[in-house]
Design a binder for this molecule. Structure first.
Ligand SMILES: Cc1cc2nc3c(=O)[nH]c(=O)nc-3n(C[C@H](O)[C@H](O)[C@H](O)COP(=O)(O)O)c2cc1C
Length: 197
């Protein structure tokens, strides 16, 4: 049975580049989450909690320092009811830092929905999102149809970090409403029947 308990949303900031624009987009998105009473955000910023980039051989042991890095991220993904990926577009795809975070995990993604906020140059990150949909299908997730995207990202926000086009706020609300529907439905489903496929 569905409960009114707030949904735990892990907001994953995918870019780690020095001088990156990602936090401007993420902060605006977090304002939307803060204004709602149906979700709480946990910001997983891959620049703040970086993950190892060299994986062990199959069955191999991880060095202690890599275990420590993973411990700062993995339990938070596991605890999430849903995810929001804030991603730029790099060379018609999403950044390697985000792919690395995806690949270090498996069950933590399963049976959960993911919404996307993308940004970039001409494309607004839409190609990055389309590629993420394919990757995240492999990890048994549901990707939310509606997205929010910003082309010419640096010019799309004013000095206060607000989008110049108010349509972005309406798009965020629609995307978050869709995310909530799926997150509640899938939380109920996981409680009734753990995802084991
Ligand atoms: C390596 C690299 C590749 C990029 N490739 C694209 C691209 O294919 N399409 C696009 O629209 N913008 C592209 N851009 C522009 C970025 O999407 C834009 O600068 C964005 O703000 C980068 O996100 P960040 O500042 O959070 O790192 C690229 C930027 C970088 C650094």
């Amino acid at each position: 049975m569905s409960t009114n308990q707030e949904l735990q949303i892990a907001v994953v900031i995918g870019s780690t580049r020095t001088g990156r624009f990602g936090p401007v987009v993420a902060d605006w998105l977090l304002g939307h989450l803060d204004a709602r009473d149906d979700m709480v955000a946990d910001v997983v910023d891959l620049a703040v909690t970086p993950l190892p980039t060299v994986m062990p051989g199959f069955g191999g042991e991880l060095p202690a320092e890599e275990i420590e890095l993973l411990a700062a991220v993995t339990p938070r993904l596991a605890a999430a009811d849903a995810f929001l990926f804030v991603t730029p577009e790099y060379n018609h795809s999403f950044p390697a830092s985000l792919k690395n975070a995806i690949d270090w995990h498996n069950q933590q993604w399963h049976g959960k929905p993911i919404g996307f906020v993308s940004y970039g140059g001409l494309s607004g990150g839409l190609r990055a999102v389309e590629q993420l949909r394919v990757v995240m299908a492999e990890l048994n997730t549901v990707t939310i149809r509606n997205t929010v995207s910003f082309h010419g990202a640096a010019q799309a926000f004013d000095a206060d970090g607000k989008p110049r086009d108010p349509a972005a706020d309406a798009a965020a609300k629609t995307m978050l409403d869709q995310l909530v529907w799926w997150a509640q439905a899938l939380r109920d489903a996981r409680q009734a029947r753990p995802f084991t496929a």
